[in-house]
Unconditional design. Sequence first.
Length: 401
Amino acid sequence: MDPPVPVEDVGATRVTVGVKRAATTAVLTLVLATLAPDRAEADEATGTWTGSVEARGNYYWETSTRVMAPEISGQVSSPTGVRLNAGYLVDAITSASIGAGARSDILFTEVRHDVSAGVGKEFALSGKNGNRSALDLSFSAHGSREPDYRSLGGTLAASWSVDERNTVFHGSVTGIHDDVQQRLRGINPATGGQLMGATDVGNLDGVVLRASVDRVISPRMTTTAGYDYGYLTGFLANPYRLVTVDGFAQGENHPGTRHRHTVYGRVAWYLPTTRTAVHGILRVYRDSWDVTAVTPEVRAYQEFGDVAYIRLRYRYYGQTASSFYRSSYTIDDQLWTADPKMEPFESHLVGGLVSLELNWLEGTPLQFLAPARGELSFDWVQRTNRYGNGVISQAALRFPF
């Protein structure tokens, strides 16, 4: 699922790599062009287990920050329909940003470890007039750790499919608890080494409620509509950013709560004659800090036989300033910020993805890769705020079994 916050909240010093949820029906899979490798389904009669393992490399670059994030994940389905998944990701963040704790003109690398796990199962339900329905329940949890940040979270989700799976209702609740520290970095004049001291700053707690519905309009068209609500409380500023207030450097002072509202929709249309899918996506965001954001996006998928497809996309993002954003502050302002995401700005993203079955490697020295599907993507982001332009790229191999 796309994030329930403005797309540009991906930030400069901390990048989270999300995993898109799969479509819930074969028709949705076809129309949305999520062309996963073919595999046999788990079979209760024969005791067959099925699943996949995926290795992915993620790369993010902007003016002052570079992130390299390899990850590995896997999922299995038991003969009784129980699904298990787990993943591990490492962020290696190289930055010289004062907003990340640097007090001198130096580069430093910070490492974040993230682990996740989940379980789920679908239950068949009887419906009126013989129409089948199903209820899918799942729970997932994650934890991450870096030198100045600890995060724990869990999600309980449910999906109810009716009308022969032509309509699917989704709902979920996510809770998070983060511990925030400040760890200053600089050069020790005596040794030339890097100073690193940690100070507890506060906690961040939050809950996110999501509701959406997927609807198959025809064999060639599907729609999605949804609403997300997020509530955050605690330390919501950056412990490193300094703001000039009446001529003196002060730490950021943000409100202690934030309410986030997001509505979104998607229309996907499939053209079987050319094997092309076109998506139109719109996301509108508003929060209690008076930030309003609009994110329209268009995507085009093109299949090439049964072995490959490409995806092209363009996304625009524009937002207003927060209620407490100023070009300069006095002590009477009470709230102040140096966060570029609090100022009005816009961005343009252009990108592409290539996905390819590797079965053509059979009979070559690389035939061990033949069962896999390879994926490579590249996105260019142009921004008008201080983060500047950026690059996002991914490379992945997925092995089904």
